[in-house]
Design a protein around this ligand. Structure first.
Ligand code: F6P
Ligand code: MG
Length: 425
């Protein structure tokens, strides 16, 4: 299965890259922290080599020994995995759910650094994320330019035109999810071509397309007399081009007055190689601000202003980097669940979020999305995701089988996408 291939090949590859990255930064650690920095680097590398060995030799998944605030929840989750085995051995790397061991690996990478001050806050994936951003430069310029032109006459657009622009920017944000560094095991994965060309040609690859439903929700909320503030939440995925596409979409929602306030949810630790942390979020906006291109920097300046005004709110929560699926959020992170309930619309970006929404199960393709969410309904929600793992629900009868017949890799190639909506809170 794709899970087997991932644990066997892709995860060790990612770990090897992490170790290389630390090696390459040795001099930097020395310059910043002297011998203590080099010692810390050595300890982190030996911790990570041990981790890679445990993985490759299918050792039991061991409890976390660090004192980080989420350690107890992880260890409880491991106990739960053990209880599922009914005394038949220990959960090990190849004998446990893919989602669990994959999340666990990223948490252990974090521990390798966090336990080794003074390099505790070094983000081993930072370089790759920055590179992805720089290599997508032209696409970012094209998108910022398009958007700033659009802003000039946004007030004059009628409803039909507004809808058309929303659909375009939703698609840019959807396909932006192809630029993910965990999928490519850390290899280059930037946006090269203009993100706005070819959207029409790619429509057939959106196999669930609920954009009309999204539009209805937003336009009705805007017209609704009861709702004074329309709040949209974006559960972010990858930094780099995808993040910029999400920020442009956000700016559009506010500038068109389809929303009044947007909350972003990022990761509190480096995660799945390219996921957005607070540092990445702020770094990206700073990069745009100081860019040598008028429309890029205009975007950056406006967005910084939105953060200051509090109409853009960045937040993170440890739940997003736990192995738990979202149907257990109400129990494991009731504060986060209650916060999401205040939103009018939740946009979940990316593949990992989809796996966690649907419990990462091997559902029949035709099972309704609502059912797969398994009582996770804090607010109306929508997944924007390119297919990079073998879970998919909500298809029409025969639809999945038909694609499968001609393209056996359709679920893991990133070529197909969904805009899948669930209205019922
Ligand atoms: O299978 C590819 C993969 O690495 C999965 O492990 C994970 O679901 C996904 O990519 C991450 O993708 P995204 O950044 O879209 O969540
Ligand atoms: Mg990601």
């Amino acid at each position: 299965s794709f899970a087997y291939f991932t644990v066997k090949d892709r995860l060790p590859q990612i770990l090897t890259k992490v170790i290389d990255t630390l090696h390459r930064h040795k001099n930097e650690f020395f310059e910043e922290h002297g011998e203590k920095g080099v010692e810390a680097e050595k300890r982190a590398i030996s911790f990570l080599s041990k981790l890679r060995n445990e993985l490759q030799t299918d050792k039991p998944v061991i409890p976390l020994e660090d004192e980080l605030p989420d350690a107890a929840l992880w260890n409880q989750y491991l106990d739960y995995q053990r209880s599922l085995l009914n005394g038949n051995g220990e959960p090990s790397w190849f004998q446990s759910p893919w989602l669990f061991v994959e999340c666990y690996m990223y948490r252990r990478i974090h521990a390798a650094l966090a336990q080794n001050p003074p390099i505790g806050s070094f983000d081993v994936f930072k370089e790759g994320k920055a590179q992805n951003f720089f290599e997508s430069q032209e696409a970012i310029i094209a998108l910022c330019t398009y958007f700033q032109e659009l802003l000039k006459n946004i007030k004059d657009l009628d409803e039909k035109q507004l809808q058309g622009e929303l659909f375009k920017l939703l698609q840019v944000s959807l396909w932006g999810n192809k630029c993910d560094l965990s999928f490519s095991a850390g290899e280059k994965s930037s946006q090269k071509s203009s993100p706005l060309q070819c959207l029409e040609d790619m429509i057939p690859y959106i196999i669930v397309n609920d954009m009309e439903k999204l539009w209805s929700l937003l336009i009705n909320a805007k017209k609704g007399i009861q709702i004074s503030t329309v709040r949209v939440d974006i559960i972010l995925d990858n930094a780099g081009f995808e993040l910029v596409s999400d920020l442009v979409l956000t700016d559009f929602l506010l500038s068109s007055k389809l929303a009044d306030e947007v909350h972003f949810h990022g990761k509190s630790i480096p995660w799945y190689v390219s996921d957005t942390t607070k540092n990445d979020f702020n770094w990206t906006i700073k990069q745009l601000q100081s860019a040598n291109h008028m429309w890029m920097s205009r975007c950056g300046i406006n967005w910084e202003g939105n953060l200051k005004k509090g109409i853009w709110v960045y937040q993170d929560h440890m739940f997003w980097t736990l192995p738990h699926i979202y149907s257990s959020m109400a129990e494991v992170a009731p504060d986060l669940y209650a916060d999401l309930q205040k939103s009018n619309l939740l946009l979940f970006k990316g593949d990992l979020n989809y796996r966690k929404l649907t419990g990462d199960r091997k559902w029949e393709y035709t099972v309704p999305f609502h059912q797969a969410l398994n009582k996770f309904h804090p607010a109306p929600l929508c997944s924007l995701r390119t297919l990079k793992s073998d879970t998919q629900v909500g298809l029409k009868p025969g639809q999945g089988e038909q694609i499968q017949a001609s393209e056996p890799e359709w679920m893991i190639s990133g070529k197909y996408g969904i805009v899948q909506f669930d209205a019922t809170p």
